[in-house]
Write a protein that binds this ligand. Structure first.
Ligand code: ATR
Length: 305
């Protein structure tokens, strides 16, 4: 049995550092029966997924291990052939592989099909299936907050992360306004959403101010404000009011300028750590049938950050 020794969630304290985030383990005993999970990405060196999944594996005492594997985009078909050939038990996909994986699996979930991206490969009755847990992971991160009662959302950005968030919101009947630097992308995404309450627009100051005033939930799905550009914000300060729920999918820094402004205005601010942890927990559940301890995974992520 693979034993992952050391307290889960102690990433960064008393663990080995081998460049990049340290794993929350001190020693791994692998056997012929150990189930192997992986994250494919390019780059993958800074992925926090190994830390959080191995922390959950250790906490549950499972005979499993989760490894980061660098896969160049051109090698993805061969790598997915390797998943089949070597019988990997489950895989996460990250940038820039999520979209290309759609065409390489035996079956696609509705979520993966509608957002056009796969972040999780899992086995079902001998078929290799592609799914995306990003949208549900985002929704879960609003649990216990007024965010799940939102009526109108302003979503900043129209890329891959935004697609997952917008579908998760629109499927629940929330009216979504998408603002993007490239407005055509926002309009295309709005047109693809279920229901007739979505629209896309440019991310111009007047448009943003109007849309923010009408929204109760604001979600930043752009990379604006991400380290090292911590002094940037995708939204002017005067757009944020006390009643807003402001989510930033960025988790580095943990408090972006957007979230600092939200805090200073008395609005509720949520960073991207919970979404990261929840999408991982949902993948883990698909693979093992067990909902992992999300607090253990979160401690591993925050320790590694
Ligand atoms: P992800 O998968 O993280 O969503 P993506 O698909 O590359 O990444 O999308 C990035 C999003 O951030 C896009 O909406 C992008 O706007 P464009 O569609 O106009 O490219 C937005 N974005 C990135 N850098 C930005 C910047 N400096 N200012 C405004 N928007 C930016």
């Amino acid at each position: 049995m693979a034993r992952l020794r050391g307290a889960a969630g102690r990433a960064g304290s008393g663990t080995k550092k081998m460049g990049g985030p340290s794993l929350p383990i001190e020693m791994v005993e692998l056997t012929g029966k150990t189930r192997v999970y992986a994250v494919f990405g390019c780059p993958v060196e800074h992925s926090l997924s190994p830390a959080m999944h191995n922390a959950a594996i250790a906490a549950l005492g499972l005979d499993c291990v989760y490894v980061p594997l660098r896969v160049e985009p051109a090698d993805l078909p061969a790598a997915i052939g390797g998943v089949r050939a070597m019988g990997l038990a489950g895989v996460n996909l990250t940038i820039p592989l999520k979209e290309a994986a759609v065409a390489l699996v035996d079956e696609l979930s509705d979520e993966a099909r509608e957002i056009g991206a796969v972040n999780t490969l899992f086995w079902k009755d001998g078929a290799l299936c592609g799914h995306s847990t990003d949208g549900e992971g985002f929704w879960m991160s609003l649990e216990g907050t007024p965010g799940q009662s939102a009526k109108r959302a302003l979503v900043l950005g129209a890329g891959g992360a935004s697609r997952a968030v917008c579908f998760a919101l629109a499927r629940r009947g929330i009216e979504v306004t998408i603002a993007n630097r490239t407005p055509e992308r926002a309009r295309e995404l709005a047109a693809a959403l279920p229901g007739s309450h979505a629209h896309g627009m440019p991310a111009e100051p007047e448009d943003l101010a109007r849309a923010a005033a009408a929204a109760d939930l604001i979600v930043n799905c752009t990379s604006v404000g991400m380290s090292p550009n911590d002094s940037e914000s995708p939204l002017a300060e005067n757009c944020i009011e006390r009643g807003h729920i402001v989510c930033d999918l960025i988790y580095n820094p943990r408090e972006t300028l957007l979230l600092r402004t939200a805090r200073e205005k008395g609005a509720l601010g949520l960073n991207g750590v919970d979404m990261l942890v929840n999408q991982g927990a949902l993948s883990f559940q698909l693979w093992t049938g067990i909902m992992p301890p999300v607090q253990v995974m979160k401690a591993a992520v925050t320790g590694a950050l």
